[in-house]
Design a protein around this ligand. Structure first.
Ligand SMILES: Nc1nc2c(ncn2[C@@H]2O[C@H](COP(=O)(O)OP(=O)(O)OP(=O)(O)O)[C@@H](O)[C@H]2O)c(=O)[nH]1
Length: 607
């Protein structure tokens, strides 16, 4: 190519001259055409270079009047003047997967500019094997700069994540550009050559770094949360999510060109060959995460088998790529990335099977799909300028998707916590009366112990036992006995404050934990219950069952930690026994030994 350009310059054929057809010849042909009715044969004369004024340049994508020529093979520079160039429209810009050579030509005119115009010509996507720019100022000899992402990063004239060339067009002059783009191996090519005023280019580059930095910051935070989750919860699904995030970040770092700029500037191999491997890794980790998250082996065994098979196919793709196979792996990797959208359907299926948290999972893949669709539509329709912008949509979709997946993981955890609490509540509940059981009493003691220490208000324990309950069972049947217990539980609940603890201690024995400043108040509550239970008989299958209860009350928790728990239970039990002994249907408070000796512990005698 250098040879062609050299020959061209030696022969004095500069691009400016190709664009200046002979006016005399044109005039002659016009006269012949007017005089002669026969059609004029096609001209081989070089077309004038299309011109874009750049004297008030900010930033623009090179489009028509810039022209494009697609060559089936390679076109030499000296063939360009007569080559078949067409306007480079947005619709023409996305070339799909191609191995063809592409030329773009244009004249940048600073004819009206009183100052030289410095600009940077850069390609929007980071993956481009060859970007050769031939340029000439004011019709001078053509210069050539070869940029390639197959060269080490430091060989670039500008420290920028994509291929870029800085240049200055003289005041009142112009620069002719012949840009040659292509891949050594076929890949998806976009013709987004962007021309930006030099000072704006550096500002834009700083802004881009901020935006992409925010992306990597957010993803890094998700990754950290996932990693901490995996350590704390010891659940592989968090690790798989972390792996998926890590691979996504690597993929976008590569697509954006940051990986080559900052991570592996010397590794030409990875910058070029790593793309499809990372695409496939992303598909593999996404499926691995999905299988664990939705428990597909258990709930969707057939789907699970398909997912495992897909993972193996993608893994085989990686091996093939490492072995040098290209096009089939390229297609497979694109297929893998686009098919991930289908995971939203799997999420929906899981949601319909009762996995509430699967809805966020489903939304996540839908968002991913929307980002992807945006890219594909803009690539195919010219609806948006193709280049990094649609890719940015896909990337934004990716970060939103990752956030949704994190929410899904959180919701799954909350669901588990709810289920765990429900299980604990069930384990602590008496199924007949709905009151807490003996386990709940132990927990209540623990809770109240703390409250007593902070508030200083003591807690009293009341043991409540039905009188002659055996007789009720014997006379009316066991179900009637159950109805009586349920009736008593309802009275207990109604008489107590929400913070009081009502327990079925066992059999026909119930317990209350009341945090009140004085024993008399505990007695009052228990006495109210006793009276009401004696007053309100239980109706069972048309029969009125009359009943009474006996209660024993003792101090259970005090700030000085006296008595201990077992002693408190013993004391309440002793008071209850005392009540039974004295004729039942009464509330009896436990009194300290010295008072007990002096006075009977009987209180609130039955009515
Ligand atoms: N229906 C019913 N009866 C129960 C339940 N749990 C224990 N019982 C009965 O409660 C009765 C308790 O009888 P006892 O311990 O002799 O006491 P009591 O008849 O109430 O006599 P005192 O306590 O001395 O007044 C037994 O017949 C048990 O079968 C239950 O869940 N439902």
């Amino acid at each position: 190519m250098i040879g062609s350009a050299g020959r061209l310059i030696e022969a004095g054929v500069t691009p400016a001259r190709w664009s200046a057809p002979g006016a005399a010849l044109r005039g002659f042909l016009l006269i012949v055409a007017l005089l002669h009715p026969l059609p004029v044969p096609a001209q081989d004369a070089p077309a004038p270079l299309p011109t874009i004024p750049i004297d008030d340049l900010t930033s623009r994508t090179l489009r028509a009047p810039a022209e494009l020529q697609v060559a089936p093979g390679s076109t030499a520079l000296d063939q360009l003047p007569t080559a078949d160039f067409r306007p480079l429209t947005s619709g023409q810009a996305n070339r799909g997967i191609t191995g063809q050579d592409h030329w773009v030509r244009v004249r940048l005119s600073n004819a009206n500019g009183t100052e030289p115009q410095s600009w940077v010509l850069h390609h929007e996507t980071s993956y481009l094997d060859r970007l050769t720019i031939h340029y000439a100022d004011n019709g001078g000899p053509l210069q050539r700069v070869s940029l390639s992402d197959r060269a080490p990063f430091e060989a670039r004239p500008v420290n920028y994540r994509t291929l870029a060339l800085p240049h200055t067009t003289p005041a009142g002059g112009h620069t002719d550009l012949y840009v040659h783009l292509g891949f050594d191996k076929a890949d998806s090519l976009t013709l987004n050559l962007r021309l930006t005023r030099a000072d704006l280019f550096h500002d834009a580059s700083r802004r881009e770094n901020l935006v992409y930095g925010a992306y990597f910051g957010a993803m890094g935070m998700f990754l950290l949360i996932a990693f901490i989750g995996s350590v704390i919860l010891r659940e592989s699904v968090y690790l798989h999510y972390a792996a998926f995030l890590g691979v996504s970040m690597a993929m976008w770092a590569m697509l954006n060109g940051f990986a080559y700029q900052y991570l592996w500037p010397d590794s030409v191999y990875w910058h070029n060959e790593g793309f499809h491997i990372v695409f496939l890794l992303m598909a593999i980790t996404a499926l691995q995460f999905s299988r664990g998250f939705l428990k597909t082996p258990r709930y969707f065994p057939r789907v699970n088998r398909a997912l495992v098979a897909a993972q193996w196919v993608f893994a085989a793709g990686i091996v093939l790529r490492l072995a040098g196979v290209y096009v089939p792996v390229l297609v497979l990797s694109y297929l893998g990335l686009t098919q991930l959208v289908l995971l939203s359907v799997l999420g929906l299926m899981a949601y319909r099977r009762g996995m509430r948290y699967a809805r966020w999972y489903s939304v996540a893949w839908l968002v991913y799909g929307v980002g992807l669709a945006f890219s594909v539509i803009s690539a195919g329709s010219g609806f948006l300028e193709w280049g990094m912008k649609p890719l940015d949509f896909a990337q934004a979709g990716g970060v939103l998707e990752s956030a949704c997946l994190l929410i899904a993981l959180g919701e799954r955890l909350v669901g588990w916590d709810r289920a765990r609490r429900r299980a604990i509540a069930i384990a602590n509940q008496d199924p007949l009366t709905g009151l807490g059981n003996r386990r709940a009493l132990e927990e209540a003691f623990d809770r109240l112990e703390e409250r007593v220490q902070t508030t200083g208000v003591p807690v009293f324990l009341a043991f409540i036992d039905l009188d002659h309950f055996k007789a009720i069972n014997d006379e009316h049947g066991h179900d009637a006995g159950d109805a009586v217990l349920i009736h008593l539980a309802r009275i207990l609940r109604n008489a107590c404050r929400p913070e009081d603890i009502c327990i079925r201690y066992g059999g026909e024995e119930l317990a209350l934990l009341l945090q009140v400043p004085h024993q008399e108040q505990a007695m009052e509550v228990t006495e109210r219950i006793r009276q009401r239970f004696a007053r309100e008989s239980t109706r069972f299958e048309g029969t009125e069952i009359r009943h009474t209860l006996t209660a024993g009350i003792a101090l259970a928790l005090a700030r000085d930690r006296e008595p201990d728990r077992a002693e408190a239970i013993r004391r309440a039990d002793r008071a209850l026994y005392e009540g039974k002994r004295c004729g039942r249907n009464r509330c009896t408070a436990h009194l300290p030994e010295e008072q007990a000796d002096a006075a009977p512990s009987l209180q609130g005698e039955g009515t």
